[in-house]
Design a protein around this ligand. Structure first.
Ligand code: HEC
Length: 164
């Protein structure tokens, strides 16, 4: 009896895993072409960004094999969409709304995200490499400033009613 339950449970889980593979959300294929990369200040800056950031912040994502299998593919696709929406080194002609906090994000270890590093050891930057990337990025942004979001609006003051 026990065995039968186990066999059924495995069959059901197997069927579910097979079924979710048909959800059309995952790897972006064919890849989106790059519109315009920044005018990099040096090839070194680009190489560092490519190593540590391009998978989620460019159109040159390298999709690992497990990105083909749901539900991993959903999580990865979500990160790639979200990351590109904040900063995309392939679409420098478009709004880059996430760049302002880049130094803190890298220095405090929020970028690249911790869960990305064990499977992508090449993205682990030394403190010197982080500094080189950030200085290179700052020089790149100064040289070739991408469209920025408007400065944050001051919060409306509810006390100050218009008297007009
Ligand atoms: C595994 C995917 C991944 C990698 C690799 C990655 N990022 Fe991100 N990044 C994201 C996601 C997802 C977001 C949006 C959500 C968030 O802010 O946490 C993001 C947001 C950002 C933001 C905007 C934060 C904000 O406050 O708007 C910056 C800046 C950034 N990343 C820089 C980098 C840099 C620089 C690298 C390389 C050193 C990098 N990221 C590597 C996924 C990634």
């Amino acid at each position: 009896m026990r065995r039968k339950y186990l066999a059924w449970s495995l069959a059901i889980v197997g069927a579910l895993v097979a079924l979710i593979q048909f959800v059309p959300y995952g790897r972006i294929d064919p890849p989106e072409p790059a519109r315009r990369e920044p005018g990099w200040d040096s090839p070194q800056t680009r190489a560092l960004a490519q190593r540590a950031c391009f998978d989620c912040h460019s159109n040159q994502t390298v999709w690992p094999w497990y990105a083909l299998i749901a539900p991993a593919s959903w999580l990865i696709r979500h990160d790639v969409d979200d990351g590109r929406g904040h900063v995309n080194f392939s679409n420098w002609d478009r709004l880059q709304r996430g760049l302002r906090g880049v130094r803190g994000d890298v220095m405090e270890g929020r970028m690249p995200p911790w869960y990305y590093l064990p499977l992508h050891p090449q993205a682990r930057l030394t403190p010197a490499e982080k500094e080189a990337l950030l200085q290179g990025l700052a020089a790149t942004i100064a040289k070739d400033t991408p469209p920025q979001p408007p400065p944050r609006q001051r919060a409306a003051n509810p006390e100050r009613k218009s008297t007009e």
